[in-house]
Design a binder for this molecule. Structure first.
Ligand code: NAD
Ligand code: UDP
Length: 313
């Protein structure tokens, strides 16, 4: 199987490339290095089944592949809001280009959509049938609406051109190889706790998220691509919900830190509650997350300690 991973040098993409190589795929990793890094895939470069292409998916590309895992898109609010117009182009034009490629070479294509399509949800937990509550003109819209259009494009290429599609909606995921300057809450809290700096909490910290460890999510992506029964969308994430304040306490405890919290103004349109209903994933993929936050967070902190060049005390 010749498999393209767009966004392959990113956090999830690099873990996925690794897993696919282990499973015996020929892997073509495509990235423009906007939020990904060469070092994430440096250890794969000499693998005989690995190929790396520097390319921006806003531009078309022709490749001979059987499967496309389409991940390319900045995922951290800090990154996707840095150049919002580019974020929309990546989601919309990039997905059109990847769907055009899938159509031409008859490849199966999987889109990594996001829980952000639910916006600031009025239904809790979120099921796939919920249409969401997104502010179309807010600062998160470049990502949320971009992904919503990407999902629409997937469905329309499927209905109109019979492209073989899969859509997953990923909820907050963390783990080793999240960039230390990624800007998402887990990396921010781990890095600050390790450095003994204040952990910045936006708003009152009572907003919730549900955090899945990267290995669990990669397993779900592989299963979603392999199964024949369901095109999606399917939620994948860990349904254990906690407040941002609770996450901050865990990060401080596991890092063995004496950091304090620094309360900051809330971020605009920050969703108040988020937790996936994963009944569909359990049924269709026979999948549920296995790695508890206590274990995953410790592994992530160990990785970040090494990245920061700190020694365990
Ligand atoms: P990431 O930022 O680490 O990875 C994204 C990768 O895409 C980066 O390597 C980046 O350089 C690349 N990229 C961005 N724009 C590109 C372009 N125009 N052309 C080519 N490459 C481009 O983020 P991630 O956490 O690994 O997320 C991967 C995918 O999963 C994204 O589609 C994201 O929306 C989705 N997702 C992630 C999470 C999460 O919590 N990690 C949650 C929901 C959805
Ligand atoms: N957050 C925070 N401090 C940080 C980064 C994020 O309090 O340094 C909060 C943020 O306001 C949000 C939650 O943590 O409520 C998750 O933020 P993240 O950027 O990781 O992802 P989101 O789920 O918002 O896309």
């Amino acid at each position: 199987m010749r498999t393209l991973v767009t966004g392959g040098a990113g956090f999830l993409g690099s873990h996925l490339c690794e897993r696919l190589l282990k499973d015996g795929h020929e892997v073509v990793c495509l990235d423009n290095y906007f939020s990904g890094k060469r070092s994430n895939i440096a250890h794969l470069r000499n693998h005989r089944n690995f190929e790396l292409i520097r390319h921006d998916i806003v531009e078309p590309i022709l490749l001979e592949v059987d499967r496309i895992f389409h991940l390319a898109c900045p995922a951290s609010p800090v990154h996707y809001q840095y150049n919002p117009v580019k974020t929309i182009k990546t989601s919309v034009m990039g997905t059109i280009n990847m769907l055009g490629l899938a159509k031409r070479v008859r490849a199966r294509i999987l889109l990594t959509s996001t829980s952000e399509v639910y916006g600031d949800p009025e239904q809790h937990p979120q099921t796939e049938s919920y249409w969401g509550h997104v502010n179309p003109i807010g600062v998160r819209a470049c990502y949320d609406e971009g992904k919503r259009v990407a999902e629409t494009l997937m469905m329309d290429y499927h209905r109109q051109n019979k492209v073989d599609i899969r859509i997953v909606r990923i909820f907050n995921t963390y783990g080793p190889r999240m960039a230390i300057n990624d800007g998402r809450v887990v990396s921010n809290f781990c890095v600050s706790a390790l450095k003994g700096e204040d952990l910045e909490v936006f708003g009152d910290g009572k907003q919730t998220r549900s955090f899945a460890y990267v290995d669990d999510i990669i397993e779900a992506l592989v299963r979603m691509m392999a199964q024949e029964e369901h095109i999606g969308p399917v939620n994948i994430g860990n349904p254990v919900e906690l407040t941002i304040l609770e996450l901050a306490s865990l990060a401080i405890e596991f890092a063995g830190s004496s950091s304090k919290l620094k309360m900051m103004p809330p971020r605009p349109d920050d969703p108040v509650r988020r937790k996936p209903d994963i009944s569909l994933a359990k049924r269709v993929l026979n999948w549920e997350p296995r790695i508890p936050l206590s274990e995953g967070l410790r592994k992530t902190i160990d990785h970040m300690r090494a990245e920061l060049g700190l020694i365990r005390t």
